[in-house]
Design a protein around this ligand. Structure first.
Ligand SMILES: Nc1ncnc2c1ncn2[C@@H]1O[C@H](COP(=O)(O)OP(=O)(O)OP(=O)(O)O)[C@@H](O)[C@H]1O
Length: 248
């Protein structure tokens, strides 16, 4: 479903991705871990064509994003739902408007059909009846759920999550993780999660990829990652900070 080949990206002299290669199969859930500032969000943005690489390629369903024009890119992007860091809701819009504004552009849907779709996804994220609330009235965990509802209303084939549990307490994080699993299983979506929350990574990843020094340094099942004796992996999963000089 997703194939990344030798992806390289720099911003000025700052090399972020230095030859990233991996595949995600259809229906698989993959977690990308790595230190803060290591390029995880930059990598996610390449998957959806929001950033273009200096070299290398991203293939979605065998289509190379780098060769597509803007209209073709929009078609490929419609396969994706994305939950951004901080949920990225519009504060002046209600929950229903935040979730439904993209649907309004779709021809052929009546107001009643849009309302039904919105209430269906709000049920799915366990926020029924919150259509008329404003994001400012919601807790951090609820805002994430609204962001997730917006990400899945199109019935995407792939959902990307950028730090879905950052800033949430462990109980709320746990409920968001369970929701991500439910969405994966019910909608049969391919799932890619970027996180530095190791508890989430263990729960969500059928496979975990470690992005380190601009490359996929390690790839394995949660068990392989957590039992690894590799010193970089061991220090990362146990939350021991690695001296910066190790990276550059
Ligand atoms: N558009 C941009 N222009 C210049 N530099 C950028 C841009 N986007 C990201 N960067 C830089 O790329 C580096 C990697 O950022 P990125 O957000 O991908 O890290 P991350 O691994 O997701 O970190 P975190 O876990 O803290 O979110 C950072 O140094 C960031 O400042």
């Amino acid at each position: 479903m997703i194939e990344v080949r030798n992806l390289r990206k720099s911003f000025g002299a700052h090399k972020i991705l230095e030859g990233v290669t991996f595949k995600v199969e259809s229906g698989e859930s993959v977690v990308i871990i790595g230190r803060s500032g290591g390029g995880k969000s930059v990598l996610l943005k390449h998957l959806i064509g929001l950033l273009s690489p200096d070299s290398g390629s991203v293939l979605i369903d065998s289509e190379n994003l780098c060769t597509l024009n803007e209209r073709q890119l929009i078609r490929v992007r419609s396969k994706f739902g994305m939950l951004f860091q901080g949920a990225a809701l519009f504060d002046s819009l209600s929950v229903a408007e935040n979730i439904g504004f993209v649907l309004r552009k779709q021809k052929g849907l009546t107001d009643g059909e849009i309302r039904n779709k919105i209430s269906e996804v709000l049920e799915m994220v366990e926020l029924p009846g919150t259509e008329n609330k404003k994001p400012s009235e919601l807790s951090g965990g609820m805002r994430k759920r609204v962001g997730l509802a917006r990400a899945i209303i199109y019935k995407p084939q792939i959902v990307l999550y950028d730090e879905p549990t950052t800033g949430l307490d462990p109980v709320v994080s746990d409920s968001i993780d369970k929701l991500i699993l439910r969405v994966r299983d019910q909608l049969k979506v391919t799932t890619v999660v970027v996180t530095h929350d190791m508890r989430s990574a263990r729960l969500l990843g059928q496979r975990i990829l470690m992005l380190h020094e601009g490359k996929i340094y390690f790839s394995g099942t949660p068990e392989e990652i957590f039992n690894s004796t590799d010193p970089v992996m061991h220090r990362f999963v146990n939350g021991i900070s690695i001296p910066k000089e190790h990276y550059f």
